[in-house]
Design a protein around this ligand. Sequence first.
Ligand SMILES: [Zn+2]
Ligand SMILES: [Zn+2]
Length: 266
Amino acid sequence: MMMDLHIHTERCGHAAGRPSEYLAEARRAGLEIVAFTDHLPLPDGYDPDEEYAMRPAELGEYVAEVREVAHSSGAAPRVLLGIEADWIPQHRAYTAGRIASHAFDIVLGSVHFLDDWVFDDPRLIDEWSRRDVRDAWTHYFETLTQAASSGLFDVMAHPDLVKKFGYVPPGDLSALYEEVAAAIADAGVAIEVSSAGLRKPCREIYPSDDLLSAFCRAGVPVTTASDAHSPREVGRGLTEVRDAVARAGYTKIAYFEAREMREVAL
Ligand SMILES: [Zn+2]
Ligand SMILES: [Zn+2]
């Protein structure tokens, strides 16, 4: 089943294209299920340039627009109403409230903030050379597992986004990956396998083969996604994603409907 469960729109301030344009591409690519998952508005002060997420007033319009597109799409591709929400530990209540304000099918949880550092923002890349890479990775995965356990999310998006710019600690990461996979399995959420990393300096699917294998052994379900920020990226790299999923040992992939997980054959 060809599914792309992570798609943005121009509302977030760093993507291009309207939902109808993304849908046209999804249809052309022969996708069976797509989820719009634009960035949930951030708490006050976290998005000073309005480039990380849609503005609070736009959330209702976004939901209405996706519903309209879903209606117009008919049977194929099927359109799910989703959202991508940042995990900011001290703003759990804010995030929970926003998520509860609409009947989403699927809620992606993302870690882009390590305290005040938006570690994947290309404008802040210099910070990487000032930091200890191993410490940043430890902090990232602690934050990811905390987010997974928060009860707010269905799927953890791009689960090793911390590698985006190619800063990877030396040595064997298998103990870290086993620990992360066990914690995510305990949390009862799925993880996303995303082609976005193929288009970034790390040139690798999120998550890496080693981390994905650990997730498979731990019994963590997976979704497939492009994280499209322009219509032409819809479905991009899904073949590579599906190959990685199969290589790791999976035979099923997941999607969510009214926040209930369904699994289908890969
Ligand atoms: Zn984005
Ligand atoms: Zn995204």
